[in-house]
Design a protein around this ligand. Structure first.
Ligand code: ZN
Length: 317
């Protein structure tokens, strides 16, 4: 069985090509995955829109109702960065359910990725920063509520701080939020995660990977994690319009290899979400997002499903 990827054609809400949010990256990412042989029918699963009951685990009930009814106040729409019409509303429900589905597939197969998600600026009260619903927070709370998992780790390496996830999960001791991001990037007012690492402008591959290599054992050593959600935002890239950390393609590839390899070696199921990426060259941006899936597929082949079903001795590989 190939690496499991969750996708829906309506992840693309059809914005104008010159919109600040590069919506066309979603179909172009799927095209990039097809070209890499990663999107065969048996690799793909499609979510249904998330029910309001899941969304309300993470978000204020009135905000959830406003999004579903496409009646979000203009002030909040401005903070989100686009109007919440029927396609945006559907997209938000699908992308959120996509991360829940990818998490379930990760628990079953050891690793799975959503070809969307990582909407980490959506707070409990409302959306913000191109994020309507916080898919990772919803998925964490949904799995915790149903008792599927007891300890959830969130590793957020998008260039922007994971303020919304920190806000939603701050009183949830069973979830640990980690964000490593650009110090001078949005949001100006950050909400403290359980652990934050703020990096200076122009950090570059070597210094970035060094910090990451040092922190991963600390994170995995804290508890016996039942799942890790990995936000693999590519806005850390040198050519990103909104990022400041100056990573290269090779640096990105090494980052995914380091994170995925680390948690695979520790036997922790990993749910990958794509997070942010804002280049004007959208095909190049889609190719950058595809790196997560390429690296995940490589690791999946190295240690297939059966590994998770074997006795603990294998967990020390
Ligand atoms: Zn970002």
């Amino acid at each position: 069985m190939p690496l499991q990827i969750v996708h829906h054609p309506d992840y693309d809400a059809g914005f104008a090509v010159n919109h600040r949010f590069p919506m066309s990256k979603y179909p172009l990412l799927m095209e990039a995955l097809r070209m890499r042989g990663l999107a065969a029918p048996e690799a793909l699963s499609m979510p249904e829109p998330a029910p309001a009951s899941w969304l309300k685990l993470a978000h204020a009930a009135d905000f959830v109702d406003q999004v579903i009814a496409c009646q979000v106040p203009e002030k909040i729409e401005r903070e989100i960065g686009f109007p919440v019409g029927p396609r945006v509303s559907l997209r938000a429900q699908l992308a959120t359910a996509g991360t829940v589905l990818a998490a379930r597939l990760a628990l079953k197969h050891g690793i799975a990725c959503n070809a969307a998600g990582g909407s980490h600026h959506a707070r409990r009260a409302q959306g913000a920063g191109f994020c309507t619903f916080n898919d990772v927070a919803v998925a964490s709370l949904a799995l915790l509520a149903e008792g599927t998992v007891e300890n959830v780790l969130i590793v957020d390496l998008d260039v922007h701080q994971g303020d919304g996830t920190a806000d939603i999960l701050k009183d949830e001791p069973r979830a640990f939020t980690f964000s490593m991001h650009g110090e001078r990037n949005y949001p100006v007012r950050k909400i403290a995660s359980d652990l934050d690492i703020a990096l200076p402008d122009g950090t570059g591959d070597d210094a970035y990977l060094e910090r990451l290599a040092a922190i991963l054992p600390e994170l995995s050593g804290q508890r016996s994690w039942d799942i890790v959600f990995y936000n693999a935002g590519v806005d850390v890239h040198a050519e990103d319009r909104l990022g400041r950390l100056a990573l290269s393609d090779d640096g990105l590839s090494a980052r995914e290899d380091m994170v995925i390899g680390h948690f695979r070696n520790h036997g922790v199921p990993l749910c990958g979400v794509i997070g942010g990426g804002y280049s004007t060259d959208v095909p190049a941006l889609a190719a950058r997002h595809a790196i997560l899936f390429e690296v995940a597929a490589r690791h999946y082949c190295l240690l297939p499903t059966a590994y998770y079903l074997l006795p603990t001795a294998y967990h020390f590989l």
